[in-house]
Design a protein around this ligand. Structure first.
Ligand code: TYD
Ligand code: MG
Length: 456
């Protein structure tokens, strides 16, 4: 009798760990209150190894050298910035997860990409959120003919896959993964086990049929994908929309990519006719001031494979609080605290009674350490109310002993700066090319003290 009872297990939403008993904390990853109860689907052994529509799919063992090393075929989406974040186009048989806040433009981007792709490939757009009429209205608004796009409003994975087996699309969009459910499980759509199981079936389909599958994923309030983190492990590529919601710019960042560079950025502007590519993003992250202002400085960051000029702004103001505030937008807060300590110890300037705010213009998030030196210099410029030159660009990592360390691809960054009207640069010694860069006066520094000296 016990054998007939549906078995329940507990799955961690954060890491996907499985446990026979509930506990307040996941013993695998340490996350609190993350276990949810799911019914375990019983899989009959004879189901294994059999693909869709009953196609037998025997696996075999191969020698690595015999595996074709030929690059997978890539399909160009016709949207350059999307192809760029994907590492140079869509890879056949890959699964791409696209996450982002509601209303940021996920459906818009995918509909535009589908319209472009449908001219040469069979495309299936599956929507669990919008009716075909709503999608039609959107396509109309975007000025897309939508000729070749096949639409399906369905939320049952098994039915979607049955349709897909007939349609044989080369590209399939699922908008969104949280609306899907599978018949094999009892729990509600959107629950951890449903999302996980639906995604697993779609991944299997993508690999077997060599179809590109885009999964739209919702994010929770704290910015992570709703559903288990395992979703990110299951797919080949994870893209996130970031950027300021109010503003026109939308940044798509690859945070995982089995077929390209991570942290690659695609930059778009949202307008009346949907998302438009921004081909020269350096220009939009610089708020050109007419006069030099204190606390503002241009830095050269390199996200993915492209150097990017962005403006870093700092405001240092006397604090009425016992614990002055340190606020970093677009940067890591702990890193800011560390840099202020380095500035005190090795630059001789303490900010114990000052509030310090640092912001990266345009809603870009900077994940690399090249922002260290520009942040310190912007903070100091605001503190002393002494503007830095408009045509100065800075990058470099600052260590705890006050040394300025080189960052990857220095010459690349310097050339990008020269292209955008920068005439002076303060950079780590190891990043200054011997032959120089045309039109750029480069000051190479080894320590924070040298850098502050050069800027004064
Ligand atoms: P949408 O793609 O529906 O977002 P998501 O699928 O990520 O939830 O984004 C729609 C938002 O974009 C909505 O707030 C309206 C705006 N928008 C435009 O500004 N211009 C347009 O041409 C379209 C289609 C949408
Ligand atoms: Mg949507």
């Amino acid at each position: 009798m016990a054998a007939n009872k549906a078995r329940t297990v507990y799955i961690c939403n954060a890491c996907g760990g499985r446990f026979p008993k509930w506990a307040g904390q996941c013993s695998d990853c340490g996350a609190w209150n993350s276990l949810s109860e799911v019914a375990e689907p019983r899989q009959r052994p004879q189901e294994r190894g059999v693909g869709y529509a009953g196609i037998a799919d025997p696996t075999k063992v191969e020698t690595l050298a015999e595996v074709s090393a030929e690059e997978r075929r890539r399909i160009q989406s016709g949207i350059g910035e999307l192809d760029r974040v994907l590492g140079g186009g869509l890879v056949t048989g890959s699964v791409v997860l696209i996450g982002g806040d509601p209303g940021i433009g996920k459906s818009t981007l995918l509909l535009q990409a589908c319209a472009a792709l449908a001219t040469s490939q069979p495309v299936l757009y599956v929507s669990g959120e919008e009716s075909p009429q709503q999608i039609g209205l959107r396509a109309h608004r975007l000025g897309l003919s939508g000729g070749g796009i096949r639409l399906l409003a369905e939320t049952c994975v098994e039915l979607i896959l049955a349709h897909a087996a007939q349609e044989r699309p080369r590209i399939m969009v699922i908008d969104s993964i949280q609306t899907l459910f599978t018949e094999t499980l009892q729990s509600a759509p959107g629950s951890v086990s449903q999302v996980r199981d639906a995604a697993a079936q779609l991944v299997r389909f993508a690999k077997q049929q060599d179809t590109v599958v885009f999964l739209v994923g919702h994010v929770t309030k704290d910015g992570s994908l709703a559903g288990p983190r395992v979703l990110e492990h299951m797919v080949d590529t994870v893209l996130y929309f970031e950027g300021e919601h109010g503003g026109p710019f939308r940044i798509v960042r690859s945070i995982k990519n089995r077929f390209g560079a991570v942290n690659e950025l695609g930059v778009f502007a949202m307008g009346d006719h949907g998302l438009r590519e921004v081909k020269n993003p350096s220009a939009i992250f610089l708020s050109r001031h007419d006069e030099p202002v204190s606390g503002s400085l241009v830095m050269v960051t390199r996200e993915g494979t492209r150097p990017l000029l962005v403006e870093v702004q700092a405001l240092v103001d006397e604090s009425p609080l016992a614990n002055p505030r340190r606020v970093a937008l677009g940067l890591d807060q702990n890193r800011l605290s560390m840099l202020l300590a380095v500035l005190h110890r090795h630059g001789g300037v303490g900010m114990f009674n000052q509030d310090v705010f640092v912001n990266v213009v345009g809603g870009v998030r900077i994940a690399e350490t090249a922002a260290d030196l520009p942040v310190i210099m912007a903070v100091l410029s605001s503190y002393r109310d002494r503007p830095l030159p408009l045509d100065l660009a800075v990058f470099g990592e600052v260590g705890l002993s006050g040394e300025v360390r080189p960052v990857p691809n220095g010459p690349d960054r310097l050339r990008e700066a020269a292209k955008h009207g920068i005439h002076r640069a303060i950079v780590p010694k190891g990043n200054a090319p011997k032959e120089g860069v045309e039109g750029l006066e480069i000051t190479a520094v080894r320590t924070l003290a040298e850098a502050l000296e050069a800027a004064s």
